[in-house]
Design a protein around this ligand. Structure first.
Ligand code: GUN
Ligand code: FE
Length: 433
């Protein structure tokens, strides 16, 4: 690594991160040294060699890693808070598919998607993994918006070629060819924004389509995202559709869509022990989405069980089944959900600690992007600067200040966002007239 002083910036402030699930690391009035897009290290006193470098002094403020959202549906943004008295399958039919079908028109994407990118920016989500809709043009527009904004993202055109209404169902060949076109076009456009394969979930993807997507993922090293075992009715339906398969996870696995490349599976509420073991063995990430699981009365993911078995767990807002874009609100919901799970399990599955969900919403999910989500050496400098004075900081430790910010703070306390060493300015929220 070159340490050409011209590219080095020193940030001073109250630094917090979590290098491991067990450790919430705090450093009051410390120094964070960044070389270009990467962290060199954090120090209680500034090493001699950096004394001549530019210093940005954030004073009393907290400097923490940017938030990572592993599961977000951009074309459901305008539906937040609607139709949440339904369970998953009727909610998809009655609210979600009709809304997503509007993205056939690029003009609708131009109205909504800038609001999505702005909301992620506002809430301090510096990296996200996004479902688009089935529509190629709108999905490409969304990729372009993320590139222009300077935020990190994986964005996928959804595949769905069976068991859904005619106004949204795809022709199988077109679904595949348009997906490949997007992946080719965006494979090397940006270090921060990349396409991802996005078969929606087993019930709406034909076997030949899944097979071809899996083969493509393998040949071209494309990452994968999907849903699994969110709702009991969904799990039963999958069994009916694939009576000869061992279980839900094996269907993805058999078609090369389960950890053959880095893969995220959202929800994981009803997985069997065997499936969880397969996830651990295959390195599949679980995206825990407690808001969505409450809203659609799906259930509570037994996160502790996944962690005990060695599965990497990150957090997802799952907008629009989830009603909020804020990852801190998902962190605290995950703690609350785990406490009910603890009771339900006869106090065998220990509740999640706030430090653990903080890890999941930063480095835990960030690992999907590489060295992201922590201030250890060589990690991308993705950071938020938070001014929490109005929350009352007197006599609190830095750890307590972080806890309070996560529970009762919001986007108004975030003063600055950085991604890969660069400050990210506010993106446009409304389309050009
Ligand atoms: N399963 C398949 N599609 C969806 C979706 O859009 N949202 C959620 N929460 N689950 C799904
Ligand atoms: Fe989802």
């Amino acid at each position: 690594m070159t340490t050409d002083h011209e590219h080095i910036t020193v940030y001073k402030g109250n630094i917090v991160d979590s290098p491991s699930m067990e450790e919430l690391r705090t450093l009051e009035n410390g120094y964070l040294v960044v070389n270009g897009d990467r962290v060199i290290g954090t120090y209680a006193t500034l090493p001699e060699e950096y004394k001549g470098c530019a210093i940005t002094d954030y004073g009393h403020r907290i400097i923490l890693p940017g938030f990572v959202d592993l599961h977000f549906h951009a074309p459901q943004f305008a539906n937040r808070g609607l139709g949440l008295d339904k369970e998953l399958l009727p909610w998809l039919e009655e609210y979600t598919f009709p809304e997503e079908s509007k993205f056939k028109d690029l003009s609708y994407a131009k109205e909504i998607y800038p609001q999505v990118v702005h909301a992620l920016w506002k809430n301090g989500t510096t990296r996200s993994v996004i479902f688009g809709s089935v529509h190629k043009e709108s999905t490409e527009f969304l990729l372009d918006l993320f590139i222009d904004a300077g935020l990190g993202a994986f964005v996928g055109k959804v595949n769905m070629d069976r068991n859904c209404p005619e106004f949204i169902v795809e022709d199988s060949d077109q679904s595949l060819s348009e997906t490949l076109e997007i992946i080719e076009k965006y494979a090397d456009q940006s270090d921060l924004v990349r396409p991802i394969l996005t078969p929606r979930f087993v019930p709406v993807c034909s076997t030949p389509l899944m097979e071809k997507l899996g083969a493509f993922a393998r040949d071209h090293s494309v990452f994968v995202q999907s849903h699994i075992s969110e709702n009991q009715g969904e799990v039963d339906w999958v069994k009916e559709l694939h009576p000869d398969s061992l279980d839900y996870a094996s269907i993805y696995h058999d078609y090369g869509l389960f950890g053959h490349q880095p893969t995220i599976m959202a929800h994981c509420v009803f997985n069997t022990e065997k499936e969880i073991e397969l996830m651990a063995k295959s390195g599949v990430y679980a995206a825990h989405c407690p808001h969505a699981n409450y809203n659609l009365a799906s259930g509570i993911m037994p996160v502790r069980n996944f962690l005990n078995k060695g599965v990497s767990v990150g957090l997802g807002t799952d907008v629009g089944a989830g009603h909020q874009v804020s990852i801190p609100k998902v962190m605290t919901a995950a703690v609350q959900a785990s406490k009910i799970k603890w009771l339900e399990s006869g106090k065998t599955l220990d509740p999640l600690k706030l430090s653990e969900v903080f890890y999941m919403g930063t480095k835990g999910g960030g690992r999907f992007f590489g060295k992201v989500g922590s201030f250890e050496a060589d990690y991308a400098f993705d950071a938020l600067v938070v001014d929490d004075r109005e929350l009352g900081t007197l006599n609190l430790t830095l750890k307590e200040r972080l806890e309070r910010y996560l529970y009762i703070g919001d986007d108004r306390h975030i003063e600055k966002r950085y991604v890969a060493g660069k400050e990210v300015p506010e993106p446009k929220k409304l389309p050009d007239l």
